[in-house]
Design a protein around this ligand. Sequence first.
Ligand code: ATR
Length: 278
Amino acid sequence: MGYLLGVIGNPIKHTLSPWIHQQFMKETGINGIYRPYEIKEEELKESFDTFRRMNVDGFNVTIPYKETITRFTDILDPRARAIGAVNTVVNQDGTWKGYNTDGRGYIRSLKQSFPELDTSVKSVLLIGAGGAARGIYDALNQEAFPVIDIANRTRERAEGLLDIREAHVKTSLYTLIEAEQNLHQYDLIIQTTSIGMAPNDGMMPLQLQTLKQNTIVSDIIYNPIETCFLKTAKEKGARIHYGHGMLLYQAALAFELWTGRSIHPAHILQELEQKLKG
Ligand code: ATR
């Protein structure tokens, strides 16, 4: 029998994860099914118990259950514990272990686009301090970047990220207005807020007047593919990185955890872009 996989969330109608995992199955010759499950909050525990009884191989977890699911897993990977959120659950011989592949997926996607990242990027600005930012901040801390600053509307939320800071990393916290005035300091700027997401397209968390040329500007929003933030950055001579890369690479890492097979998904990126535009 093939792998039994899926994704839980709410809403889940527009998820591209089943399509992405189908591509991975094709690539590896692995048989299996990957289904979306729209689940209400009060059904979460019962659904997990059903997955246990069915002995599924694992599942992804998306909005709004990435934090809540940590109550039901048996063990957590140390990075998922530090982040406080799980996007991938793996059935390891009846022990259900929670992982978070979002941040590592993001870094992998970024390195695919910019292989020289490790040597060319010394200072990073992370815009936003929500769940997605937390995973990315953690993954950035596991890399060798000496400066990772955070700009967020609410200072307390940004302070919350400091508990996962590694000793070799220097982080200063800024308001969005403060950060806006000093963008020339950064080699990499990562936009993780929901500002610019459809249907509120056209908005930006901060203006880009002080951006220097060749800075890598990245937005994790993939609907629309090219946010106003990225379009403006491109016009100013920045090198840009689109959000659907993270979507693809976090999925690749999840697939690797379930099946033990490595995935090289770069060739799927363009097709994914077409699907998102379609
Ligand atoms: P996710 O899990 O997708 O990261 P989230 O946890 O709700 O979503 O975080 C959303 C991020 O977008 C936060 O950084 C939030 O800022 P606050 O921490 O101040 O709430 C930011 N954000 C959302 N709407 C915003 C707005 N209108 N202006 C500025 N920041 C906004």
